[in-house]
Design a protein around this ligand. Structure first.
Ligand code: ADP
Length: 167
């Protein structure tokens, strides 16, 4: 029997993308034939980059990575998954708190759209990395350079310099 072609979708806010996300993408793409990174457009608390800017950074970082696409989406992630003909949703888990939330989300998505979620455990080195904390620490002048790609670091520094100048 021939193995089915599997297209996965990795949804998130990615504001901004971190080495933790990249670790999930790097390991996830080995499990699937195709991976769509879906950047949510819905407003998030203390957002820093516009969805289009987040996509631009991710595309630049993954320019040489085959079988990966980057897109924005509005509304329900399962509707977008259906439109893109994704077979599964990919998510990362860092902690028990993540697990609790992800468990309910996965059950709901299965109940409403019949789509399964595949989880990848965070690597020990990035288990504590979150976009929210990176935004907070960087806004207070902390050094987050080893937790995010170089491109993101430069964009982050630029953005905070601009915000400081305008305040
Ligand atoms: P966050 O603001 O929590 O970083 P996202 O919405 O961008 O959130 O996250 C998208 C997905 O990536 C979620 O499944 C989240 O659990 C996962 N994720 C985020 N950071 C990491 C990490 N450091 N390691 C593993 N998975 C992660």
């Amino acid at each position: 029997m021939q193995k089915k072609y599997v297209r996965a979708m990795f949804p998130g806010s990615f504001d901004p993308i971190t080495n933790g996300h990249l670790d999930v993408i790097g390991r996830g793409r080995l499990l699937f034939d195709e991976l769509i990174i879906a950047v949510g457009k819905s407003p998030i608390k203390n957002a820093l980059f516009a969805p289009e800017e987040r996509v631009e950074m991710i595309k630049e970082i993954l320019a040489d990575t085959p079988r990966v696409q980057v897109e924005t989406f509005d509304g329900l992630m399962v509707d977008f998954a259906r439109r893109k003909k994704a077979d599964v949703i990919l998510r990362g888990i860092r902690s028990l708190t993540d697990f609790q939330y992800e468990f309910s989300l996965a059950m709901t998505n299965r109940a409403v759209a019949g789509i399964d979620t595949v989880f990848i455990m965070a690597s020990a080195e990035y288990g504590f990395t979150s976009s929210t904390l990176i935004r907070e620490v960087a806004s207070l002048g902390g050094d987050v350079s080893n937790l995010i790609p170089k491109i993101v670091y430069h964009r982050l520094m630029e953005r905070f310099a601009k915000l400081k100048k305008n305040s």
